[in-house]
Design a protein around this ligand. Structure first.
Ligand code: BTN
Length: 315
């Protein structure tokens, strides 16, 4: 851990003013060095009050590697944290994996904004400043290719749970678009690295509209937390989602999707409703009646139960 990270971690844990000499003593450095590191943290956008009483971290709406990685460490979570503006956090993580630089570690890549955010089915994902754009690279113990869709469903469920702590009326459109009332607030893009029939790495991209501006052409179908009167720290949302994902991915690896099924169905805006699914060249209309073992959507099409593997659902 870098010295400035250690200093930030002390301030975060204390929540109060910490004397320069105390920090210097604990780290075995001079007070001038402490002052230099504090200035570096401040220059990275971290608000630290420096008075005669010492230094105090003032929590603010930052999104920096230092603050986020300290919080991740404090929760006992494993991923290495990177915060950077990039084209797409999923693409950036895939590049790190191909370079072999991450030595098999988990990565949490976060961007304050993305230049070319990517969505499902090769679509673009609007990613202006103010949203949460994160990709978690998770090394599973033993997941097979057939688990992939259920991981996607599980992620939607985790995000929905976190958002429900802040706002009412959160639902999931199969497979994993999270909605507030009738507008989408979060999209998820899973791009796993496979090794024959097994999932070697899960690359889980999550985009949540927090206080980013929603362009006019999307405003009838897309919303943000801010639009719903919720003001929230992006780092808190990232930490909550990451923490929950680690907990529930571990649970999934032991017991599968069974224990999540009832909750997924109760939060689903698809199951139980009449839907039209555009799947390739076909349009399937009927009542969505449930999920198959694999997580496919089951649609009752004039008495015939069809399994929808991939597609766009209209409710
Ligand atoms: C969708 O709605 O179709 C999926 C959107 C996924 C967006 C997230 S934002 C973080 C990660 N990086 C990307 O380029 N896409 C995902």
């Amino acid at each position: 851990m870098m010295t400035s990270d250690k200093i930030f971690s002390m301030l975060l844990k204390s929540g109060e003013y910490v004397k320069g000499e105390q920090i210097a003593g604990l780290l075995g450095i001079t007070r001038t060095a402490v002052n230099k590191h504090i200035k570096k943290l401040q220059s990275e956008g971290i608000e630290i009050d420096a008075t005669r009483r010492g230094y105090k971290y003032i929590p603010s709406n930052t999104l920096t590697r230092v603050t986020l990685s300290s919080k991740i460490l404090e929760c006992g979570l494993p991923p290495q944290v990177i915060v950077e503006v990039v084209d797409s956090t999923n693409t950036a993580v895939k590049a790190i994996i191909s370079s072999g630089d991450n030595e098999g570690n988990d990565i949490l890549f976060v961007a304050p904004m993305q230049i070319r955010g990517r969505g499902r089915l090769t679509r673009q994902f609007e990613s202006s400043e103010g949203g949460v754009y994160m990709t978690l690279c998770y090394n599973p113990k033993s997941l097979s290719v057939t688990d992939s869709l259920k991981i996607v469903l599980l992620t939607g469920l985790c995000v929905a749970r976190v958002l429900s702590e802040h706002v009412a009326d959160v639902t999931i459109k199969w497979p994993n678009d999270v909605f507030i009332k009738d507008k989408k607030i979060c999209g998820i893009l899973l791009e796993s690295v496979l090794n024959e029939y097994m999932v070697d790495k899960i690359i889980l991209g999550i985009g949540v509209n927090v206080s980013n501006n929603i362009p006019d052409n999307l405003s009838s179908i897309v919303t943000s937390l801010a639009e719903n009167g919720v003001s929230v720290n992006r780092e808190d949302i990232i930490i909550k989602i990451t923490k929950l994902l680690y907990k529930e991915l571990a649970e999934y690896e032991i017991s599968g999707f069974k224990s999540f099924l009832d909750e997924y169905i109760s939060k689903s805006r698809t199951i139980g409703n009449i839907v039209t699914v555009k799947s390739g060249e076909r349009n399937i209309t009927g009542q969505a009646v449930g999920l198959s073992e694999e997580g496919y959507l089951l649609v009752n099409n004039c008495g015939v139960i069809e399994k929808v593997i991939v597609g766009d659902v209209e409710v």
